[in-house]
Structures are given as structure tokens and as C-alpha cells.
Design a protein around this ligand. Structure first.
Ligand SMILES: [Zn+2]
Length: 616
């Protein structure tokens, strides 16, 4: 950094009263990065003029590109910040605290103007100090960041926790398995079937321990939060905290602590839903816990281990791994996903491959109700032998979704450059290889490869809710469109979607049909006897790009992987529109910018006059 720039920076910082200073003693020696000059070692000291009093602070600039943001360090808290506060955390093991400013990324730090950037930091630190002086901010800000704040300050050595528990109004008794991860850190799996969860995450490592766990429901409260007591460190502090922030959750937890079964099974983990996350704790129960039976023994146990000499707890924050969360996290609340549907994808080529991956992410091949519920209910109904059993089973079966992938081709070397599959699948049937790929991504997904032509499925159309034609062939598009209409399949709630590339892939298009009154695939052309059908909405103004070349296929070949990805994106949007309750616009385009490309079309196509596909 030039002297001129540094002098300007020092001048800029005099207005809030910050002056350049030496590296403070509490930091000790320079790190090796700093010695090598990778990081700066620029320090300023001054008073942040908070409303209640001036607060002495260091401004530490370790990186003038601001990729590593500057740190505001508070050597000593003023009295008005006593107790636990959000946005203040211990800075390494220096005994000094860092004030987290701008946790919403409200402003950008511009490296070309370091002075104004640092003034902005100091001003934001001032606002943050004033904010956390108010008790209400403790509640509000901790709600937003509870997941992070709940974890111990030095969480690196703590277990990564994965949780897959069914939603219930009651506490759910679960199991847990603790593994060492391949990287050496502990991984904890919590659920009714933690082995299945571990398999889902592809874990092949050493089992360390197994304990029982309780998972408490989310319906009773929106978000847990912290108080000025800070996160609890033992059972008594936990009990007091939970009672204050969620009396309903406390009642459920308290009832557990009063039940002898709780001690017999040695429940060591407790997890509580908070908003869309789970947080909890681990407690190592003393051996005497197993001998607790009577109400009197329970009282004595709690008296000793909660009130007199509270057992320490280890706070844990869990990542949700239930299907509901995995599928729905990125969807709008009111839009149904694809779980529980029978989805037939015809074509496992470049377009179909990407569509298949998207379908998986939207829930295709998943059950609407957890699988074990389907299996267990079926068992109970069979045993009961009730009249309603058949109907109930049929309803449950409807909840079991399946993704059927139909393609009779083998994957070739020429496909690899724009296909989700790679060289290891060359020579294999695309349908089989694509299904295996999806199962690797999501073990447990229900997929069915069909390595024959669509004609083999024409007698069983009624089993499908959704048919996606990703073959990209006009002749097939015309055929499938006519076939589903002739079979009477094309009626709500069924959905047919064609997706294809136009010419050299500069335009991708989709046509949705969800009722026999919609325009059909053939409606996209106008027909005059004795001449070639003319497209009603040509994708390109240059006729050469619309037509196939002499060798037919060759003109279609030169497009990169972006084209099938764009087609899959269009298919995803069309599907989600339909799931949201309105399939319009049923005729869609996406195009890259380019000479000769017509602007995108997005509308419901009118039916063509005397259309060979849908009239008469
Ligand atoms: Zn038509």
C-alpha cells in the first residue's frame, strides 16, 4: 500500500476519532500468514460513540481488499452490556470480544475507497452497540441466528448432527448412532432408523456409540430464542431457559423427565424444533439413572442431578435430513412438490438426463407419507382384515411416488459431452444408467428404468400422473400427443409436457397439455396439402436455422451442454406452474441472445385449424 493511500486513510479515520496504533499486546506474535505479508496488520484505536457511552474499540484491518472483513474488537464491555448479548463473541482465546457488525450485508466494502469503507464499518458498529443495548434485540436477533449461537464457541470438535424424524404432535422416541467421519470428526445420526439415515448419507465408517434420543415437535412454537442468560450449559439452566422461552415445549420435556421409561432407555439426546431447524443437547446420565423406577426415585434423581449438582449438557445443532425438508426447503410453501406422483420421463438423453435430476430435486420418486408409515399401515390393515382395507391400501399406494424412465438407447461417447452421465456408463442402456445415477444421488428414491420403447407402455397409461416427452423428436411428439388423447388419458389431473431444442440449441421450448381442449403438439404447425407443414411460431428468423439440413441430424448437433440444461430448466418451471394450479403459459420458450433468434414466446397456443392431431 502506498504512503499516499495510507495517509489518506489515516486522515479519513480522524473524523470519528480513530488513530493508527501498534498491534495490541493481547494478540501475541504474528501468524505465519501475516509474517509472509499475505495479511495486513493494520490497527486503529478510538472510541465508538454509542448513545449510552463511548466504547473503546480496535479496528483491525487484515485485508485491504476486504475479502476478509475488518474486525471491530472491544477490549472491555461497558456496564450497560452486561449479560449475554448477540453479535459479541470471544475473539480466539484473547479474552477480547469481536463485535459482529452488518450481519445482513447491508453495505459493500469497496476496496478502491478504503477510508469511506472503514468509516461505514465504524458507523455500523455504533448502530449495533446501540441495538444490542436493548433487551428486545437479544430475543429478536437470537431468533434469527439461533442455530449458530446455540453451538459452543469452539464447535470444530463437536459432532455434525443429522436428524430425520417424522413430524408429530408428540415427542418422538428416536435412536442415535455416533460415527467417526472419514475425515476423523464425529457424526451423529438421529431418527427412528438412524442406520437408514447413515446409509442415505453414504456413511461407511466406524460406529462409536448408540443412545436413545427424544425429538420434540415444532407445532407448539415458532422459534426458540436466547435470553440475557445466554445459552444454557447444564440441566438446571436448560430447564429454566426452556420454561421461559417455550412453556409448551417445557411441559413436554418435563413430562419426559418424570417418566421412568425415560431413565430405563437412557435417553441421552434431546432435540427441539425451532422454526425449520432442530437444536438440542447431549447429557451423559450417571449409571444410577437405570435404577430409577418409582416416582420417589425420580424425584431424588432430579433433585441431585438437576437442582443440587446440575449435570453439564453439550449443546448440539442438527441438520435436517428428512425428505420434507430436502425437497421443500427451496419451494414456495403453497406449491405441492412431485412426491407421491407417478412420473414417466420418456427420453434419457441430454435433455432427459438433466430433467431427471431436476425431477428428483422436486421430489419425484419420493413418497408423500414416510415409507415406514405406508408399510406399517399396510401391515395393520392386513391383520385387521377390515372391509376398508383395500381402499385404504389403495390410498396409501397413491402416496408412493415413482419416477419411470423410458429409453431404449445405449449411452455413447458422443453423448458424454452434454449428458449428466459419464464415461463409466458408456455402452449401458441410458434408462438403467440414469436410474442408477439418481439412486447414487438419493439412496431410497423409487426409480424404474424401462429400456424399451414407449409403445410398450401404451396399454398402461392410466398408471401415470405425469408424462414428459424429452425425446426432442417431432415425430415422437406428434405420436405421444395423439396417443394420450385417443386413450382418454389427457384430462385433469394428468399432465403431458413436451420439451425440445430448436435448430442449433439457441432456443429451447416446451408445450404443456393438461386437458383435451388445449392446443396439441400438431397445433404448432399450419398445414396445406402437398407442402411441408409451416411452424406457426418459428424460433429463428433465418429459415436455414429452422429447417433440418440435408443430413437431417447434423444441423442439430453443434450445441453445448447449456442447451439441454436450459431445456431442463424450462421443464422445471412448466411443471411447477402446473403444480401451483395454473399450467399457463402452456407454450414456452427460452432463448439465448443471438442474431436471427425470434423473441421468446410464452402463451397458451390457440388450436390450429383442421389440426391432424386434435380436430374432428
Ligand atoms: Zn392440434
Amino acid at each position: 500500500m502506498s504512503t499516499v493511500v495510507m495517509e489518506q486513510l489515516e486522515r479519513d479515520l480522524t473524523s470519528p476519532g480513530f488513530v493508527r496504533t501498534q498491534r495490541p499486546a493481547f494478540l501475541g506474535a504474528l501468524s505465519s500468514d501475516e509474517v509472509q505479508g499475505v495479511r495486513q496488520d493494520l490497527w486503529f484505536f478510538g472510541n465508538i460513540k454509542a448513545a449510552r457511552s463511548a466504547v473503546p474499540a480496535y479496528l483491525y484491518v487484515s485485508d485491504l481488499s476486504f475479502v476478509i472483513p475488518p474486525a471491530v474488537l472491544i477490549p472491555e464491555r461497558p456496564a450497560w452490556l452486561a449479560g449475554w448479548r448477540p453479535h459479541l463473541r470471544e475473539w480466539g482465546s484473547t479474552g477480547v470480544e469481536e463485535l459482529c457488525f452488518s450481519d445482513h450485508e447491508k453495505f459493500q466494502l469497496l476496496a478502491h475507497a478504503p477510508g469511506p469503507a472503514l468509516l461505514r464499518v465504524i458507523e455500523d458498529a455504533r448502530q449495533t452497540l446501540d441495538r444490542i443495548a436493548e433487551p428486545a434485540s437479544v430475543v429478536e436477533d437470537s431468533k434469527r441466528e439461533l442455530h449458530r449461537l446455540w453451538q459452543p464457541a469452539h464447535a470444530a470438535a463437536e459432532a455434525e448432527v443429522y436428524l430425520d424424524a417424522p413430524f408429530s404432535e408428540h415427542p418422538v422416541h428416536c435412536k442415535s448412532l455416533l460415527y467417526t467421519s472419514p475425515a476423523g470428526g464425529p457424526q451423529l445420526f438421529v431418527g427412528q432408523d438412524p442406520s437408514a439415515l447413515a446409509r442415505k448419507l453414504g456413511v461407511q465408517s466406524q460406529l462409536i456409540a448408540s443412545h436413545d434420543a427424544m425429538v420434540y415437535p415444532s407445532q407448539i412454537h415458532e422459534n426458540l430464542y436466547l435470553t440475557s442468560m445466554g445459552p444454557p450449559g447444564n440441566l438446571l439452566a436448560f430447564a429454566n431457559w426452556l420454561k421461559q422461552v417455550s412453556p409448551a415445549a417445557y411441559a413436554l420435556w418435563h413430562a419426559q423427565m418424570q417418566s421412568s421409561a425415560h431413565y430405563q432407555s437412557g435417553v441421552a439426546y434431546h432435540f427441539f424444533a425451532s422454526g425449520r431447524q432442530f437444536l438440542g443437547y447431549f447429557v451423559a446420565l450417571p449409571k444410577t439413572a437405570r435404577r430409577v423406577h418409582s416416582a420417589k426415585e425420580i424425584r431424588a434423581f432430579l433433585g441431585t442431578n438437576v437442582y443440587q449438582d446440575p449435570l453439564p449438557i453439550k449443546r448440539l445443532s442438527a441438520q435436517r435430513m428428512d425428505e420434507d425438508y430436502l425437497v421443500r426447503r427451496n419451494l414456495e410453501a403453497e406449491v405441492p412438490d412431485l412426491r407421491g406422483l407417478q412420473v414417466l420421463l420418456v427420453g434419457a438423453g441430454a435433455i432427459g438426463g438433466f430433467i431427471a435430476q431436476n425431477l428428483l430435486q422436486l421430489g419425484a420418486g419420493g413418497s408423500r407419507a414416510p415409507k415406514r408409515v405406508v408399510v406399517e399401515t399396510a401391515k395393520i390393515l392386513k391383520q385387521a382384515g377390515k372391509k376398508s382395507a383395500t381402499r385404504s391400501l389403495a390410498l396409501l399406494a397413491e402416496n408412493k411416488g415413482m419416477l419411470h424412465i423410458c429409453d431404449r438407447d445405449l449411452l455413447s461417447g458422443g453423448n458424454v459431452g452434454r449428458h449428466v452421465l459419464g464415461t463409466q456408463d458408456v455402452g449401458k442402456p441410458k434408462a438403467d444408467a440414469l436410474c442408477a445415477h439418481l439412486k447414487r444421488l438419493r439412496p431410497g428414491v423409487s426409480v424404474r428404468p424401462i429400456a424399451t420403447g414407449f409403445h410398450t407402455l401404451e396399454g398402461e397409461l392410466e398408471r401415470y400422473d405425469v408424462i414428459i416427452d424429452a425425446t426432442g423428436y417431432e415425430t415422437f411428439g406428434r405420436h405421444v400427443s395423439k396417443t394420450v388423447r385417443a386413450a382418454g388419458w389427457l384430462r385433469p389431473p394428468h399432465f403431458l409436457l413436451h420439451v425440445w431444442l430448436e435448430g442449433r440449441g439457441g432456443v429451447v421450448r416446451g408445450l404443456a397439455q393438461d386437458d383435451a381442449s388445449c392446443a396439441c403438439y400438431d397445433c404448432m404447425w399450419s398445414y396445406t396439402a402437398g407442402t411441408e407443414p409451416r411452424p406457426r411460431h418459428p424460433a429463428y428468423s433465418d429459415a436455414k436455422w429452422n429447417a433440418h439440413g440435408d443430413d437431417g441430424y447434423a444441423t442439430m448437433t453443434p450445441f453445448s451442454v447449456s442447451a439441454p440444461m436450459a431445456a431442463a430448466a424450462l421443464a422445471t418451471d412448466a411443471l411447477m406452474s402446473w403444480r401451483a394450479g395454473n399450467a399457463a403459459p402452456r407454450f414456452r420458450s427460452r432463448s439465448s441472445e443471438g442474431k436471427g433468434i425470434h423473441p421468446s414466446v410464452a402463451k397458451d397456443l390457440s388450436r390450429a385449424k383442421s389440426c391432424p392431431g386434435c380436430s374432428g
